[in-house]
Write a protein that binds this ligand. Structure first.
Ligand SMILES: NC(=O)c1ccc[n+]([C@@H]2O[C@H](COP(=O)([O-])OP(=O)(O)OC[C@H]3O[C@@H](n4cnc5c(N)ncnc54)[C@H](O)[C@@H]3O)[C@@H](O)[C@H]2O)c1
Length: 386
């Protein structure tokens, strides 16, 4: 069976979706739509898709099995609603699901009314070491996670130049909360489930860019008492485009994951596990991850020798799982969505062991938490969530 796909919003991400779906034997891109008609023609021609400058017309003329929506952050609602109203049974959306809770609610409600599926592409969930993080936390190998600190920062060139002449408007319609913290909030929602964020306190800074906040820095409290600090900046003068590091403190172990390193850091992942994990169990976990193509090394090591004066604080032995850089698998989640449609299940054969694929329900929660971050910073108060 070949699924007929239409893609709306053909910028950085939409053009990548078009190429990716064209490369999958089970999908065919039959239509592409962008208000910039020359862009629609450029993206559509190489894959033999009809190009449109109006997605409504694409939805009327094409019978689609799935629609992708990759318009700028605040502009997801209208094309998603149009796709659902036109009878498209599956919509894949880029993150963030929405920039208002009202938009997220409306999309989810419309989909539920007609039994359509909304997927939201939280691409981090597909990366090997994000999945290893999920595994280690879910298996309780850190004990109970009680605290974490995550930062995801972009180079200042992102809000200034990433979208060419449109950059200032683009960034003004979004912020580091919607564009970056949506990733972090979903990642925590995924690894901490069924716990949910119930309390948010955040600050922002607005001194440099002028058209969008420079950064958001937030404290999230989960209903099981775990607390996280999550921070995202758009004013970093750094070598690369992105810096992304995640730390988890458990009652019995510690995980450090440097996904996109900054100055003086190297990409890597290490989970120092609970001392209750035996050498035999350690190998079982290494093998379980290897079966998922996640190549981590089991090790037992002594701590660094301490000076004689502090020898009483001898460290180790420490059991751990460690990995250097592994492929980021950026399209694994989208491939999972395609398999979900083909196999008619939210846990298709290519997505086993990592919970259901992210849907509009996860998207709504992500939108609620990110909106609470923005509101908390604006009103300088703690926001509680149901
Ligand atoms: N850029 C990234 O690195 C990145 C990474 C991950 C996710 N995303 C997400 O993907 C989405 C798209 O981001 P992008 O960077 O590709 O943006 P982009 O601006 O490059 O692409 C968006 C496209 O949508 C088009 N568009 C705007 N309004 C439209 C409308 N009403 N009808 C049809 N087309 C319309 C624009 O002309 C543009 O071509 C965003 O939600 C973003 O957060 C972006």
């Amino acid at each position: 069976m070949v699924l007929k796909a239409g893609v709306v919003g053909l910028g950085i991400l939409g053009s990548q979706y078009t190429t990716f779906l064209d490369e999958q034997p089970e999908t065919q891109v039959v239509g592409v739509a962008d208000i910039r008609s020359e862009v629609a023609r450029e993206v559509g021609a190489p894959v033999g898709a009809e190009s449109y400058d109006d997605y409504e017309r694409m939805f009327q003329e094409q019978t689609l099995d799935l629609a992708v929506v990759a318009t700028p952050d605040p502009l997801h609602r209208d094309p998603v609603m149009a796709a659902i109203e036109a009878g498209v049974p599956v919509v894949i959306q880029e993150k963030p699901m929405a920039t208002t809770v009202e938009d997220a609610d409306a999309m989810l409600e419309a989909a539920e009314e007609v039994g359509a599926w909304i997927f939201v592409n939280y691409a981090n969930r597909g990366a090997a070491l994000d999945r290893a993080t999920y595994y280690v936390i879910r298996e309780g190998l850190l004990g109970e996670v009680v605290y974490g600190e995550i930062h995801l920062d972009d180079n200042i060139s992102v809000p200034r130049q990433l979208w060419g002449d449109r950059s200032e408007d683009w960034a003004a319609g979004s912020s580091t909360a919607y564009f970056l913290l949506s990733h972090v909030v979903d990642l925590l929602h995924w690894v901490m489930a069924p716990s949910e964020v119930t309390e948010v306190y955040a600050i922002s800074q607005e001194r440099v860019l002028g058209y969008t906040p420079d950064l958001y820095d937030a404290f999230l409290t989960f209903d099981n008492g775990a607390k996280f600090r999550v921070k995202a900046e758009w004013i970093k003068h750094i070598d690369g485009l992105v810096e992304f590091a995640l730390d988890f403190s458990g009652s019995e172990g510690t995980l450090r994951y440097i996904k996109y390193p900054g100055f003086g850091e190297a990409e890597g992942w290490r989970a120092n596990l609970s001392e209750s994990v035996t050498a035999e169990a350690l190998l079982t976990h290494q093998n379980a991850l290897a079966e998922q193509d996640i190549d981590v090394r089991a090790q037992v090591q002594m701590g660094k020798p301490a000076a004689a004066a502090v020898a009483a604080a001898e460290i180790g032995p420490q059991v751990s799982l460690e990995a250097k850089a592994l492929p980021k698998d950026e399209w694994r989640v989208v491939r999972g969505f395609v398999d979900a449609v083909l196999e008619d299940t939210l846990t298709p054969s290519s997505w086993q062991g990592y919970g259901p694929l992210p849907t509009g329900i996860d998207g709504l929660r992500q939108t609620q938490v990110v909106s609470a971050i923005v509101q908390s910073a604006e009103e300088d108060r703690v926001i509680t969530l149901p």
